[in-house]
Ligand binder design. Structure first.
Ligand code: TXA
Ligand code: MG
Length: 386
């Protein structure tokens, strides 16, 4: 199958283009599209055959349920057996936006879409292209992140093309996404509302709206197998780069020294090393000749800059590649760069990755949840490295 890549204006998508994309969805085909969080891989949510195609294209286990995307609040009552009062409050506060709610499913939703579960995940995305696609298709759209199962979620159309070209009908390219990590998932079918996946909307924000405590699924905090996360997707080793990855924790000075030491040891063993740092620290991992490096850049720009870094002047502590997640003063920018950087690590063909820790004040939990998974929960304490 040839995959058509169609550029659309992310604020005011061309109507004819959106009509064409909508027709593909209505005909049971798959279309990848931008949302405010990450790119999604869409198909008709009420057509079991379309859901099966989604699982096949992603190589995703079919017991891992899909999120149903809607464009009007009233459509929640089509897919939910009943709409809880708290869902109305949360929708008022956060929809359209990066919040997914789990409710009991109605008969209309096929088990192929919910991975056999009696509950369904629903979200109204805050992106003109996504909303227009739902409306033009006349369908509700089931959409997981548009990556091959196990790879980082896509934050730009090129990531989708890398993973899914030839397997889906169309990719709507609306440029890079705004948030960069997947929606917060709240389960409203439990006695206490429970966050199954942390995201941009924090438990505190949710609890402020519904006026009672929101707990966090103990299964996503546990680092061992003693507790299983409730969202099936959270149990997989997601977002793992091909290289071995470890996160180094501690205060800034200790972390920089520890990572430099780890880097020099790995290099002595013939390994290629990438370091994931911040705008504030990135220069310190480069060779002496580059310690005066210019304005901070993110993502791909680094690899080019660093392609020339490994010459005679680079000292033994210098990483082969230094990537910056962004400024610690701007946690949104860290979320936005995360998956791009993890994908880049694969492209650069490094053997080891050492990352600083990014437990920022507000969405640090959501960021660290992804980073810890990428690292397979390998965390080193800087003070132990000597
Ligand atoms: O931001 C997002 O949510 C993106 C964009 C495209 O909307 N979508 C996304 O979908 O991240 P996906 O399929 O990659 O992740 C959905 C997560 C999985 O961990 C899945 O197990 C969980 O939601 N999930 C879906 N339905 C569920 C249900 N009924 N009960 C528990 N967990 C559920
Ligand atoms: Mg996903």
């Amino acid at each position: 199958m040839e995959t058509e890549i169609l550029r659309v204006d992310s604020k005011k998508p061309d109507q004819e283009a959106m009509k064409r994309a909508g027709k593909l969805i209505a005909a049971g085909e798959l279309v990848a599209f931008p949302t405010e969080t990450v790119y999604g891989l869409g198909g008709d949510a009420l057509d079991p055959e379309a859901s099966k195609k989604i699982y096949a294209a992603k190589g995703r286990p079919s017991d891992n349920p899909l999120i149903v995307h809607i464009a009007e609040f009233d459509d929640l009552s089509r897919v939910a057996r009943e709409v809880p009062e708290e869902a109305k409050l949360l929708a008022d506060a956060f929809w359209p936006g990066p919040l997914t709610m789990i409710v009991w499913k109605s008969e209309a939703v096929p088990y192929a879409t919910t991975g056999g579960m009696d509950t369904v995940a629903v979200r109204m995305p805050n992106h003109p292209v996504a909303l227009s696609l739902i409306r033009e298709s006349g369908c509700l759209i089931a959409a997981p992140s548009a990556n091959t199962s196990g790879r980082p979620s896509p934050t730009e159309a090129a990531h989708v093309a890398d993973d899914l070209s030839g397997r889906i009908a169309m990719i709507l390219d609306g440029g890079p996404v705004g948030i960069g990590i997947e929606s917060t998932i709240i389960d409203l079918t439990e006695e206490k509302p429970m966050v199954l996946r942390p995201g941009y909307i924090t438990p505190q924000m949710l609890s402020d709206v519904i006026g009672r405590e929101v707990i966090i699924d103990p299964g996503i905090i546990a680092m061992d197998d003693t507790k299983k996360p409730k969202a099936p997707g959270m149990k997989y080793k997601h977002y793992a780069p091909k290289a071995d990855m470890a996160i180094v924790e501690g205060d800034e000075e200790a972390v920089v020294s520890a990572i430099k030491l780890l880097t020099s040891r790995a290099k002595a063993a013939g390994k290629r090393v990438a370091v994931i740092a911040s705008d504030e620290t990135q220069a310190r991992y480069r060779g002496n000749s580059r310690s005066e490096s210019g304005a901070p850049q993110h993502g791909a720009a680094h690899s080019e800059a660093d392609a020339s870094c490994c010459g005679d002047n680079a000292d033994e502590f210098a990483a082969d590649v230094v990537l910056s997640m962004g400024s610690r003063a701007d946690e949104d920018s860290i979320a936005r760069h995360l998956y791009h950087i993890l994908r880049e690590c694969d492209e650069l063909g490094v053997d080891e990755i050492y990352s600083e820790s990014f437990s920022t004040p507000r969405i640090g939990n959501a960021i660290m949840n992804r980073l810890l998974k990428a690292a397979g929960h390998q965390v080193l304490q800087a003070e132990d490295i000597e």
